[in-house]
Design a protein around this ligand. Structure first.
Ligand code: Z5A
Length: 200
């Protein structure tokens, strides 16, 4: 059996992360691999309670940062690390890059500080692969179907998020797989499957 891998899905709202994570998870299970599908915010018992606050309450940017980090630490310690240790692959819809990009590039908080806090929250865990679904902001927002307070942000905010993801992917090209989100779901799935073949 191949070593369990940690794969994250990132991108602007409505990019198609959830769709791809679910399809890839089902495909891996079909290969006989144990998989857990999870998400942030909300991947732990505490996170389940934090999620509605984070998505719908107007809060100070630092309060927002600390709550996403608290959610991540619980998620990492209670779900992700135990699953990986048991040989279960973990597919997470958003992880640490979301904080760097939304609270850093989006809200303007210090990127170096966020990198340090992310390292603390994750115990230094990095994804084996981060699938970044990239597409124009207008196309993605037209698809988003679960309204939250981030959706009400300006187009300029969402554009900073898109640009931030591309800058982060350029810093770590070996970890990121960038997919063109304008393609149909089947095409995205096929490209993600090819990227995983090396581990199967
Ligand atoms: N956030 C943060 O600020 N800091 C953090 O640290 C973290 C998060 C972890 C979480 O929102 C919000 O929290 C997020 C950032 C912030 N807000 N924003 N923006 P969420 O988890 O509720 O939602 P989301 O992840 O942003 O977006 P989403 O609406 O769930 O979108 P998605 O998962 O990327 O897309 P989808 O659900 O797979 O697809 C959306 C629709 O498009 C759906 O009807 C699909 O059938 C359709 N679709 C999917 N793929 C395609 C393709 N390829 N072509 C055409 N149509 C497609």
């Amino acid at each position: 059996m191949p070593r369990a891998r940690f794969i994250t899905f990132e991108g602007i709202e409505g990019a198609g992360k959830t769709t791809l994570a679910q399809q890839l998870g089902a495909w891996l299970q079909g290969q006989g691999i144990a998989v857990v599908l999870t998400r942030e915010p909300g991947g732990s018992p505490l996170g389940t309670q934090l999620r509605p606050l984070l998505l719908h309450e107007a809060i100070d940017p630092y309060t927002e940062l600390f709550l996403f980090l608290a959610d991540r630490r619980e998620h990492t310690l209670r779900l992700i690390l135990p699953a990986l240790q048991q040989g279960t692959w973990v597919l997470s819809d958003r992880y640490a890059d979301s904080t760097l990009v939304y609270q850093g590039y989006g809200r303007g908080l210090d990127l170096t500080l966020i990198r340090q806090l992310n390292a603390l929250a994750t115990d230094g865990l990095l994804p084996d692969l981060t699938v970044l679904i990239d597409l124009p902001v207008e196309t993605a927002l037209a698809r988003a179907n679960a309204p939250n307070r981030f959706e009400a942000e300006t187009l300029a905010f969402h554009q900073r998020i898109r640009d931030g993801y591309l800058q982060e992917a350029a810093r770590e090209p070996e970890r990121f797989l960038i997919l063109d989100g304008r393609q149909p779901p089947e095409a995205l799935l096929a490209q993600a499957q090819r990227a995983l073949q090396r581990w199967l």
